[in-house]
Each structure stands twice: as C-alpha cells, then as structure tokens.
Design a protein around this ligand. Structure first.
Ligand SMILES: C=C1C[C@]23C[C@@]1(O)CC[C@H]2[C@@]12CC[C@H](O)[C@@](C)(C(=O)O1)[C@H]2[C@@H]3C(=O)O
Ligand code: AKG
Ligand code: FE2
Length: 370
C-alpha cells in the first residue's frame, strides 16, 4: 500500500489496477442515470464511453497541447502572464507545492480563451485556428459535463433535472480547463535499499507529477493520452492505478458535489439583482457527504510523456452551496456550513494541495443542527 507522501518521493510499489466502472452513455437513459448514481456512490470516479465529444475535436486539442509543451521553455513562459491562468512549471498553486509537471490553466470563458490563445500561440497566422480548437473542446466537454449532471439529477429523482447544469452553463460559471504535461522521468536505480527492482535499468520507480488532492469544483472531466499515471485513493487508503483509455473520459466527483446540490445563486448584473434559487425537493437521497470527492494523484512514467486535459465544472462565484433541509434529521445533522463558491475558493486556495478543504466548512459537533 502506498501512503500519502511528499511530492517528490518516489514510488516503486507494484499495485493492482482495479477497473473503474465504464458507463456507455448511448445506453437507455434511465439505466444510464442509475449507473452514474451508483458509480458516484461506490467510487466517486468512473469512465464514460460514447460520450458525444467528437474525436476530431479531441485530437485537435491534444495536438495543440503537445505542440505547446514541445516549445522552448522561454516561449512557454510567455504564456505565464496573468496568473493564476497561463503556463506553470513544477509549481502548483501558491503554497509551495511542487511536482514533475508543466501545465496550462485556462478560464473557460470564451473571451478569456481567445485572449490567452494569443500568448499560447506564437504563430499569429494560426491564432484563429488555435483559439477555435480550444473553444471547440471546451464547448464539447462542457456539454458532456452538463449531460452527466442532468443524468445524475435524474438518477436522484430531482424534479428539476437541469439544476446543476444551469450553473455550468451560466455566463459567470467559474469552470476552468487544465492541460498537464508530465515529461518522461527515467529513474536510474541508485538507492539499492529503496528499489525493489535492483536489476532493471531504468528501474520501476515513478516520481510524483501531481500530488495527492481532491478537486474543489462540482465535477471533473479528465482525459489523457495512453500513458498511465493517474491513481485514486480507496476508502482503505490503498492507491489504485487507473488504466489509461483515450477513448473514454474519466469523471470524478468534486468537493462541491460532496456537500450538496442546494445551490442558490445570486446573480448581480449591472442592471438588476436577480435571485435564483433552486430548491431540490425530494433529493433526500443525495449530499451531506453521500458522494465523496476522491483523492487522486498522478505519477510520471519512466519512458513516455503523459498529457492529461481536465475540465473542472464550477458554478458562478456567488452560487451558494448548502445542505438541503430535507437531508437533515436528528440522526443525520448537516455536516457542512453554507458557503458560496467564492468563499470556498478563497479559503481552499490558501491551503496546500493535499489539505482537506471541506474540513474548513464542516460543522463542529455542537453546531450540528437537526
Ligand atoms: C495548491 C493548490 C493548487 C490548486 C489550488 C490549491 O490551493 C488547492 C487546489 C488545487 C487545484 C486541484 C484541482 C485543479 O488542478 C486546480 C486548478 C483547482 O481548481 O484546485 C488546482 C489549483 C491550482 O493549481 O491552482
Ligand atoms: O494528470 C492527471 O491524470 C490528474 C490531474 C489532476 O488531478 C488535476 O489536474 O487536478
Ligand atoms: Fe485533480
């Protein structure tokens, strides 16, 4: 078993891969929605096939990503402006976390993508092409995220099935996209004590590319090339590798979905103040910790580059996340205090990568109300 470790520690354990459930989205709708709820209940992580994201859109985006990471470092750094969005190398977040990864973080807002593409593409003649590849991918993956959230709502018998997806479709949605590139890390066997494969060269050890964490948003839609590295943490603390499959997307529950789906959103526009509240009647089956935002990490490969593309579906900053009243009872008090996504993000992003963010909003025992 691999235990939580600092980012640069090496890992040589031989782990058994479990097969995550793969849900065929072309199946019968009510069966698919039940399978999604089951997968969220049992794993918090699942794969989807026949997902509707066109192959050529994925291929173009992947090509853009690889082309970008293949550029000289000085050129990539030009995209580092406007932090937190842009290019980063080895440093993750603002609290000193590091990993063997270089990445691009993009806001999914259309204007911002177009702006950022100017720095990402050093070839102005191809600017429109670069920008449209990224936008097309974002649009297609957003649709997938919305479809999955609608199916989830249906599987939970939520009357308003677009209750979650509306937040993602909102013009103020804070969704982001991240491209991670893990260069190959050949490891020569220097530590005879540590390395169990003493005879192989390079030996069977992997560095941590992206350290252990949970994703803060609602849902993550992740895809990678055919190079493995992603591992998820099971309840018993064991780390389990996820087999890479470029034909599928890997979906995982984020921190917000662990708390609950009663989002009330106050949209402040320049003209008026609009209050939209979604009260999820009858959603007693969900939330208050039912779905768990699973901890995961990514290791480097000794020989090949891994590139992953993650879409983090998030609500607008003012969306209020609370445990629905119908989830609360004398035996099951509310586990979390209400908060807005902006409040959560501010507090969460001031923490280290591996810290438990939801802990900040957990009710103290004497605060838990029935
Ligand atoms: C150390 C950090 C990096 C992170 C923000 C944080 O303070 C804690 C969450 C991290 C994470 C994990 C999932 C995504 O990759 C990410 C973009 C996010 O929303 O939360 C990263 C943040 C980041 O790299 O800035
Ligand atoms: O590269 C991966 O497979 C995981 C990346 C990840 O967890 C993230 O970007 O939040
Ligand atoms: Fe993640």
């Amino acid at each position: 078993m691999v235990v939580a470790s600092p980012t640069h520690q090496i890992h040589s354990e031989k782990l058994l891969a479990i097969e995550l459930p793969t849900i065929d989205l072309s199946g019968e709708r009510s069966a698919v929605s039940s399978l999604i709820v089951k997968a969220c209940d049992e794993y918090g992580f699942f794969k989807v096939k026949n997902h509707g994201v066109p192959h050529d859109i994925i291929a173009k985006m992947e090509k853009e990503g690889f082309n970008f990471f293949a550029k000289p470092f000085e050129e990539k750094q030009k995209a580092e402006l406007a932090k937190p969005f842009g290019y980063g190398c080895k440093n993750i977040g603002f609290k000193g976390d590091t990993g063997e990864v270089e990445y691009l973080l993009l806001n999914t807002n259309t204007l911002s993508v177009a702006e950022r593409s100017k720095t990402i593409s050093t070839d102005p003649a191809n600017f429109r092409q670069h920008s449209s590849a990224v936008s097309a991918y974002i649009e297609a993956v957003r649709e997938l995220a919305c479809e999955l959230l609608d199916l989830l709502a249906e599987g939970l018998w939520v009357p308003d099935r677009s209750v979650f997806s509306r937040l993602i479709r909102d013009v103020d949605s804070d969704s982001i996209i991240r491209l991670n590139h893990y260069p190959p890390m050949p490891m020569l066997c220097q530590d005879k004590e540590l390395c169990k494969d003493k005879d192989s060269s390079p030996c069977n050890q992997n560095k941590v590319g992206f350290g252990e964490h949970s994703d803060p948003q609602i849902l993550t839609i992740l895809r990678s090339n055919d190079v493995g590295g992603l591992q998820i943490s099971l309840n018993d603390g064991a780390w389990v590798p996820v087999t890479p499959d470029p034909a599928t997307f890997c979906v995982n529950v984020g921190d917000l979905l662990q708390v609950g789906p009663l989002f009330s959103l106050i949209l402040l526009s320049s003209l008026n103040v609009k209050k939209v509240e979604w009260d999820l009647m009858g959603v007693a089956a969900m939330t208050n910790g039912r779905f768990v935002s699973v901890r995961h990490k990514a290791l480097t490969n000794s020989y090949r580059s891994r590139m992953s593309m993650a879409y983090f579906a998030a609500p607008p900053p003012d969306a209020r996340i609370t445990v629905p009243p119908e989830m609360i009872s004398p035996t099951k008090p509310a586990l979390y205090k209400p908060f807005t996504w902006a409040e959560f993000k501010k507090a969460a992003f001031a923490l280290r990568l591996g810290d438990s963010r939801l802990g900040l909003f957990r009710m103290e025992c004497d605060e838990q109300v029935a």
